[in-house]
Write a new protein. Structure first.
Length: 399
C-alpha cells in the first residue's frame, strides 16, 4: 500500500518538476544525496573543501576532478590480521549553479598487502537538482553506490568479515514556506542488496511530512510524521513502520542551532506482534568562537531505512565532533561515536565505539594533505570482540 502511494506521488510530481527546474535555482547540497551511513564517517563535504580547487569552468558549470592517494597501517582490519594499507580514490564533482545541479562520482580501492581478504573496492555516483521558487524549494536527488561494509559499522551482521553491498537511492522533497508555517513533504526509495545475505536484500519506501511553526522568536515548533515500508527477499521479514515526533528548534542569530524531537514509533512485521518504542532526536551545532565548531547528534530510533544494514534493529547512537581552524587552510577535527544496537526478533545485540582525529592542510588550490587516526571497537554477544587502530597519511591532487 505504501509503495503504491509513493509511486503515485512521484508520478504526480513530474509536471511540477519539469516546471520548477526552469525557475531560479541554487547549488545542490551533495550530502543530502547519500544515505546516513554510506560508510563510517563518509560525507561529501569532507571531500570537497570549502575553498574549491580551480578545476575546469565553462560558463556557470564547474568540473573538479581529483585523486586521493593514501597509505598507512591497520592493526586489525575488520577484526582480522594486521597489515599495511594503500589506497587510491579518483573522484569528480560537477556543479551548475544556474540550474541548481550537483553531481559527485568516485571510485576507490584500498589494498592490504599482508591481508588481501580485507581489500576494499567502492564506487558512488550521486546526482541532485534543487529549484528555488519565491516561497518553495524543490529537491530531487538519487544515486547508485557500492562497496564493502566495515565490520565496525553498527548493524553489520557478518561477524568480523566485510559484506559487499550495492544501493540505489532516490529522494524527493518540497519545502513550502507559508508565512508562520513551513511544510516539508519528502519521499525516499532505497534498494539494498547484500552479497551472501540474499534473504536480507530489501527495498524501502518512506513518506515523511514535517511541519514548522515560527512566530517572532528564535524558537520554532516542529512536528514530524513518518510512514515506511520494508520489503525483503524473504517476505517473512517484511514490515511497516510509522512514527510521530514533536519538539523544538532554536537558532538565535546563528550562535547555535539545537533541535530536540521526541515521540513514539510502531513497527508491524509481516509475522509476529507489533513493536512500540519511544524515539528521540537531539541535534546541536555550536560555535564557541570564530575558529571552533562543535556538533553533536543523539538518536534513539527503530529500523531507519536510510542506514545500510542487513538486519532491522533498535539503535541508540551518539556522535560528537569538534573542529578547530588554525588558519584558513589548516584545520583539525576530533570526533567520537558510540552506538548500541538491539536486533529485532533476535536476542543479538552489539555496541560499537569509534574515535577519529583528522589534521588537514589545504596547501594550495590544487594540493591538500591529511593525517588521520581512527580507533574502532566492537562488542557483541554473537561474535568475538574486536578493535583496531588505523593510521593513514594522504594527499589529494586536483589536476
Amino acid at each position: 500500500m505504501i509503495k503504491d502511494i509513493v509511486w503515485k506521488l512521484l508520478w504526480a510530481a513530474v509536471p511540477f518538476i519539469t516546471c520548477a527546474m526552469t525557475g531560479l535555482a541554487f547549488a545542490q547540497q551533495l550530502d543530502s544525496i547519500f544515505p546516513d551511513n554510506m560508510a563510517p564517517g563518509f560525507m561529501i563535504s569532507d571531500l570537497v573543501p570549502e575553498r574549491p580547487p580551480i578545476g575546469v569552468a565553462y560558463g556557470g558549470v564547474s568540473l573538479v576532478p581529483a585523486i586521493k592517494l593514501n597509505s598507512g597501517y591497520d592493526s586489525s582490519p575488520s577484526g582480522s590480521a594486521a597489515s599495511a594499507l594503500g589506497g587510491i580514490a579518483p573522484n569528480v564533482t560537477l556543479r551548475d549553479d544556474a540550474l541548481g545541479l550537483g553531481a559527485y562520482g568516485s571510485l576507490g580501492y584500498t589494498i592490504y598487502p599482508e591481508n588481501s581478504a580485507s581489500n576494499v573496492t567502492s564506487y558512488s555516483l550521486g546526482v541532485g537538482d534543487t529549484a528555488r521558487l519565491p516561497r518553495e524549494t524543490f529537491v530531487i536527488a538519487g544515486g547508485v553506490f557500492g562497496g564493502q561494509q566495515n565490520a565496525f559499522t553498527p548493524g553489520a551482521v557478518s561477524g568480523l568479515r566485510r559484506i559487499s553491498y550495492s544501493l540505489q537511492s532516490l529522494r524527493v522533497s518540497d519545502d513550502v514556506d507559508a508565512a508562520l508555517f513551513r511544510l516539508r513533504p519528502e519521499i525516499s526509495l532505497n534498494a539494498t542488496r547484500l552479497a551472501g545475505f540474499a534473504p536480507q536484500d530489501h527495498d524501502d519506501q518512506r513518506i515523511r511530512l514535517t511541519g514548522f511553526y515560527h512566530r517572532d522568536s528564535p524558537v520554532t515548533y516542529v512536528l514530524r510524521a513518518d510512514l515506511s515500508q520494508s520489503e525483503f527477499h524473504n517476505a517473512a521479514l517484511n514490515a511497516d513502520t510509522g512514527q510521530i515526533l514533536a519538539g523544538l528548534q532554536d537558532a538565535p542569530n546563528g550562535l547555535w542551532t539545537i533541535q530536540l524531537l521526541t515521540g513514539i514509533a510502531q513497527r508491524r512485521p509481516n509475522q509476529g506482534g507489533a513493536i512500540i518504542v519511544p524515539v528521540m532526536e537531539l541535534r546541536l551545532a555550536l560555535k564557541p568562537s570564530g575558529l571552533d565548531v562543535l556538533r553533536a547528534i543523539f538518536t534513539h530510533e527503530i529500523d531507519n531505512p536510510d542506514d545500510v544494514t542487513a538486519t532491522p534493529d533498535i539503535l541508540t547512537e551518539g556522535q560528537l565532533t569538534m573542529t578547530h581552524d588554525f588558519s584558513r587552510d589548516l584545520s583539525a577535527s576530533v570526533s567520537g561515536e558510540a552506538a548500541l544496537a538491539h536486533f529485532i526478533a533476535s536476542p543479538n545485540q552489539e555496541s560499537v565505539f569509534t574515535t577519529k582525529v583528522d589534521l588537514r592542510w589545504q596547501m594550495n588550490a590544487r594540493l591538500a594533505t591529511d593525517l588521520v587516526y581512527n580507533f574502532n571497537d566492537r562488542q557483541a554477544n554473537f561474535a568475538p570482540a574486536a578493535n583496531e587502530h588505523v593510521m593513514t597519511a594522504g594527499v589529494t591532487w586536483t589536476p
